[in-house]
Design a binder for this molecule. Sequence first.
Ligand code: 5RP
Length: 262
Amino acid sequence: MTAELSPIDKAKYVAARRAVEFVEDGMRVGLGTGSTAAWMVRCLGELVREEGMMITGVATSSRTADLAREVGVTVKTLDDVRWLDLTIDGADEYDPNLNLIKGGGGALLHEKVVATASDQMVVIADLSKQVDTLGSFPLPVEIIPFGWQTTKALIEELLSNVDVLGRSASLRLSGTEPFKTDEGNYILDLHLRRIAQPAQLSLILNQIPGVVENGLFLDICDILVIGNADGSVEVRDINNGTIEHERVDVIDTDNLFVDIRE
Ligand code: 5RP
C-alpha cells in the first residue's frame, strides 16, 4: 500500500524529513508537539527501526511521548538527560527573525523548557505559518487555575498599555470545560492581531503572578525548515544567515503510519 498524503501533510512531512537529517546517532532530542512534530517523530522512529540509530527523546507532551514509544524512540524525562543536543518542534507563526508563536496545541510550557535546554532548536513548518509581524495567531498564555479570572483581568489591563491591535483574552475550552495542560494549568488565548514589541510583551506577561509562561519564543529558534507540498524545502539558518533551497523525495510513507493504523 502506498499512503497518499494531502498537500498539507506532504508539506509537513517533507519539513520533518529534512529536519531529522540534523539528528545524529546517539543524540538526545527534544520532541515537539503538534501535527508537524508528529511527522518528525514518525521519521525518527524510522531512523531507529531501519537504520538502527540510537536516539533518546524527551517529549514535550504526553501525546508525543505515546507516539514516540509507539514508533520505537526511547523516551526519557528531561531530568534523566538534563540537556539536549537538539529540539525539533512545530510553530503556529514565525516571523523573518525566526521569532515564534507556539502553544496552539497547548504544550507551550514544556516546549519552551525543552527548547531552552537544547543546544539547537529546529522549527518545522509550512508557508501558512509565515507572517511579517507576530500576532495574527492568538497568543497562548499558560496560567494557573487558582484565581484565573483575576489573572485574565490583569492581563487585559496590561494589554491596554502595550502596542497591539486587539486586546481580548479567551479561556481555552475542551468541550464545555477549561482545557488543561499536562501541568494541569489553563490556557488563555490573547487575540492581539499584531504584536509590535514581542520582547516587551513577553517580559511583562510573565511578571503577572498567575502567569506561568507565554507562547512567544524569541531568539530560541536556530534553524527553520519550511516544507512545501511539491517536495521542496527551504532551510533558514539564523546564525549563519543562510537560506538553502532543497528537495526531499516523498517516498512511500507506509511505515510512517504505525500510530494511525487500525
Ligand atoms: C503545540 C505547538 C505546535 O507546535 C503548534 O501548535 C503547531 O502545530 P501544528 O504542527 O499541528 O500546526 O506549539 O503547543
